[in-house]
Ligand binder design. Structure first.
Ligand SMILES: Nc1ncnc2c1ncn2[C@@H]1O[C@H](COP(=O)(O)OP(=O)(O)OP(=O)(O)O)[C@@H](O)[C@H]1O
Length: 248
């Protein structure tokens, strides 16, 4: 593959993605035919009213949930037909996920939590890499603390360090700055920007905050499980206007 092709290659593609929950009487169509392409080295924010399908989109695109129909491709790999074991390996090696509720293990310290995905992927764990990730997130003095000894914002930063330490090709993040004050949020957004620009990792992030979405390269707007709008080179005002129109 030539350098040019590499630079423009697609990281993730979603084709006619449908995700339904519940049985016949109480069926909810959380995703209703989503088609999206995310380029390598791009940062996309996903926005939309509560219940519009943002988290479902992230979980399905990351292989954490199976779609009801449609396809999810990561590069030339089709997640839709993958076995559980193949999906698990991909999630360990190529995919990072920052969960809305952090999903840290309560019995482990911050550095043990961050080291966990490296251990699970069978890598030799470099504790200096682990500590560097935590220091970059301003947690150099919290390495040995357990989640219950950390504030919500500190726990969120541990979750971000844990998702970044394996340098995943694609990082999915559900409200990654939701628990942070504005100064900590700016630090995290700068770190995410350098991840996207310097190592061409791909970032797909859900946020409710127009100021956070404005850090992305583009914004996708969902409503009732469908893509209803897209914005490239977003600004806070443009994002806020589009969102207000959707929520009206
Ligand atoms: N496990 C589930 N079982 C049943 N319904 C679900 C499940 N998960 C999500 N849903 C429904 O699917 C729809 C989309 O939910 P989703 O969490 O993806 O929305 P969202 O845009 O992320 O919302 P929010 O901004 O409030 O977090 C909602 O109507 C929700 O009730």
């Amino acid at each position: 593959m030539s350098q040019g092709q590499t630079l423009t290659s697609t990281a993730v593609e979603l084709h006619d993605l449908v995700r339904e929950y519940g049985s016949r009487q109480a069926r909810v169509r959380a995703l209703d035919g989503v088609n999206l392409r995310f380029d390598r080295g791009s940062w996309t924010a996903v926005m939309g009213p509560s219940g519009s399908g943002k988290s479902t989109l992230l979980h399905t695109a990351a292989g954490l949930e199976r779609p009801t129909s449609g396809r999810v491709l990561h590069g030339d790999r089709d997640l839709t037909g993958a076995t559980e074991r193949e999906l698990t390996l991909m999630r360990r090696q190529d995919i990072g996920f920052v969960f809305q509720n952090f999903n840290l293990l309560g019995a482990l310290t911050a550095e043990q939590n961050v080291a966990l995905p490296l251990r699970l992927a069978g890598h030799k764990v470099s504790m200096s890499d682990v500590r560097r990730a935590l220091v970059a997130l301003g947690l150099g003095d919290r390495l040995r603390h357990r989640p219950r000894e950390l504030s919500g914002g500190q726990q969120q930063r541990v979750a971000i360090a844990r998702a970044m330490v394996t340098r995943p090709a694609v990082l999915f993040a559900d409200e990654p700055t939701g628990a942070l004050d504005s100064r900590a949020a700016r630090g995290v957004l700068a770190l995410l920007r350098s991840m996207v620009d310097s190592t061409r990792q791909t970032l797909i992030m859900v946020t409710h905050d127009p100021a956070v979405a404005a850090s992305a390269d583009s914004v996708v707007f969902l409503s009732d499980g469908r893509v209803v709008d897209r914005l490239t080179r977003p600004t806070v005002h443009l994002v806020a206007d589009r969102l207000a129109a959707l929520e009206a």
